[in-house]
Design a protein around this ligand. Structure first.
Ligand code: ZN
Length: 311
């Protein structure tokens, strides 16, 4: 990858333990991934400066080519499951206040709004903000790490495939902790660098590195330490299925569910409404499928992990 050196910056200290002894782990030319010798955190240095990254995120191509996942209907059942779990753990009545940080294509925020959440979505890219506004979602327009007027008292904060893009994970977690209410739930989803998928599948390897967009590369252990340091209680760590099982499951995928909702809004709303109806908590089939999926993923974790934590 060709990068203008003026657009790069060095990271002198590990974001977690603030030590400076790290070793090269992956050389990608101008940018490199290092591993902290003290705490094991892997991160990018040198990395692209924030302004340079912002230019890239503002391009429509970012959502079309690099990060289309946030707008694919295939994810709707997982989002609905996640949102139902927040309702169970929050044990609150009425409309729950949800903040989605880095809402991207906006699909999760839209699902939450349709399920009765009071949703606020933060986003930095123009294409993402335009889509969220078109869907009638309340938008905080700006860089999460720089925002000072986020508000507080949220029942839940969700950040899917976001914190690996941050300049400092510690700053991000401190900020989230302050804007949650006393029993607030945090859900993070990140690539799992402890997985066999990552080690043995070259296509997944380069997709997970996602250079130069990803600044951090977590294992369950390194991310877990971060959360505990900020005083979050981890309630669950879940993994997706390994790629060879996912490949089989696509054979049974519901027709049309991989389409982008932007191309067919009516079909999108219809899929969400049907999914919500099929995924009511307590449904025996749903519980059994979830139990089986999580059981397999615990033995052979896939390339993506979801951490549920509570204040
Ligand atoms: Zn460290």
């Amino acid at each position: 990858m060709q990068v203008n050196e003026e657009r790069l910056e060095s990271v002198p200290l590990c974001d977690f333990c603030e030590r400076s002894d790290f070793r090269l782990w992956f050389d990608a030319g101008h940018i490199k991934i290092v591993r902290c010798q003290h705490c094991g955190l892997m991160f990018l240095t040198p990395r692209l400066r924030k302004e340079a990254l912002r230019d890239l995120y503002n391009r429509h191509e970012y959502y079309q080519d690099v990060s289309p996942a946030s707008s694919k209907l295939i994810h709707v059942p997982f989002y609905v499951e996640m949102l139902n779990r927040i309702k169970t753990s929050a044990k609150a009545s009425g409309s729950l206040r949800l903040l989605e940080v880095g809402a991207g294509g906006g699909l999760l925020s839209k699902c939450a709004a349709l399920m009765g959440y009071d949703v606020t979505a933060q986003e930095i890219s123009r294409p993402g903000i335009e889509r969220l506004r078109a869907w009638g979602i309340k938008v905080i327009d700006g860089d999460f790490e720089e925002l000072t007027d986020l508000g507080c008292g949220f029942d839940a904060v969700i950040a899917l495939h976001l914190i690996e893009h941050m300049q400092s994970v510690r700053v991000f977690l401190d900020k989230v902790y302050r804007c949650l209410n006393s029993r607030g739930v945090l859900i993070l989803q990140v690539p799992n660098f402890g997985s066999a998928d990552f080690k043995f599948n070259s296509e997944i390897f380069s997709k997970m590195l996602s250079l130069p967009y990803h600044n951090f590369f977590f294992t369950p252990k390194t991310l877990g330490r971060y959360l505990k340091a900020v005083k979050f209680r981890i309630t669950s760590v879940e993994y997706n299925l390994p790629f060879w099982i996912r490949g089989l499951s696509t054979l049974f995928r519901e027709q049309g569910i991989g389409r982008d909702p932007g191309q067919d809004p009516a079909a999108f709303e219809d899929v969400i409404c049907r999914t919500v109806a099929h995924q009511r908590p307590g449904s025996l089939g749903r519980e059994a499928r979830q139990f089986l999926r999580q059981g397999i993923a615990r033995i052979v974790p896939g390339d993506c992990m979801t951490i549920y934590a509570q204040k």
